[in-house]
Design a protein around this ligand. Structure first.
Ligand code: SF4
Ligand code: SF4
Ligand code: SF4
Length: 199
């Protein structure tokens, strides 16, 4: 994939915890970024092309981030928020037990979810037997500028979007800005860091 001018890592297939279908996004990104002929554009700008010029993208199906989106140039994690419906709660407490963040409490009038604790992972929505809890808004959490090496750092939050196309636009626009505005031999990760300080 390096010869295509980008690299994509992702979750294992068929993980039951996936909050969002990363396979579709993987296909969309691969097809469209390949068509952009990024390797040639990067070579024209930065020759010789070194590993740190190549955009590294990571897709994770849920906030657990097993594929390490926090240490890539572009980290994308799926989310699905819990939605409390009108269907009466039967008080089974399955959702309370399922939530690793301890974001859900139950009382005789139903459940309450603490939005400051909730990571929108989807676990509680999978276990509710009554339909009281179901899937709400779903989308992608974006991060950029993560890296390992001599000066490692975690990627920083770059917002949330709902559609796969918005992820593609975010990544391709950022790469184009890097090719256009990057300094001589500037590493992508340093360009992203510079951009973040301008926001
Ligand atoms: S990040 Fe989530 S969806 Fe991906 S492998 Fe880990 S638990 Fe499964
Ligand atoms: S979506 Fe995840 S973090 Fe949020 S309340 Fe449900 S189980 Fe807890
Ligand atoms: S899992 Fe559903 S039915 Fe059970 S306590 Fe939670 S909201 Fe109520």
């Amino acid at each position: 994939m390096k010869d295509s001018g980008f690299q994509i890592e992702h979750c294992r297939s068929n993980c039951p915890k996936s909050a969002r279908n990363w396979q579709n996004l993987n296909e969309l990104l691969t097809k469209n970024l390949t068509a952009l002929n990024l390797h040639q554009s990067i070579a024209d700008k930065f020759s010789p092309v070194l590993h740190h010029h190549i955009p590294k993208i990571c897709l994770a199906g849920c906030p657990n981030g097993c594929s390490h989106p926090n240490i890539k140039d572009f980290g994308i994690s799926g989310y699905v928020t819990p939605l409390i419906t009108e269907v009466p709660c039967i008080g089974c407490n399955e959702c309370v037990r399922s939530c690793l963040e301890k974001a859900i409490t139950w009382n005789p009038s139903g459940i309450v979810i603490d939005p400051d604790r909730c990571l929108s992972c989807g676990d509680c929505q999978h276990v509710c037997p009554s339909g009281t809890l179901t899937e709400g808004e779903t989308g992608w959490t974006l991060r950029s500028g993560g890296r390992v090496g001599r000066h490692p750092q975690f990627a920083k939050p770059a917002g949330q979007v709902q559609t796969d196309e918005e992820v593609l636009t975010w990544i391709s626009d950022t790469i184009h800005r890097y090719i256009e505005n990057g300094k001589t031999q500037e590493r992508l990760t340093h360009f992203l860091e510079r951009e973040q300080t301008l926001v």
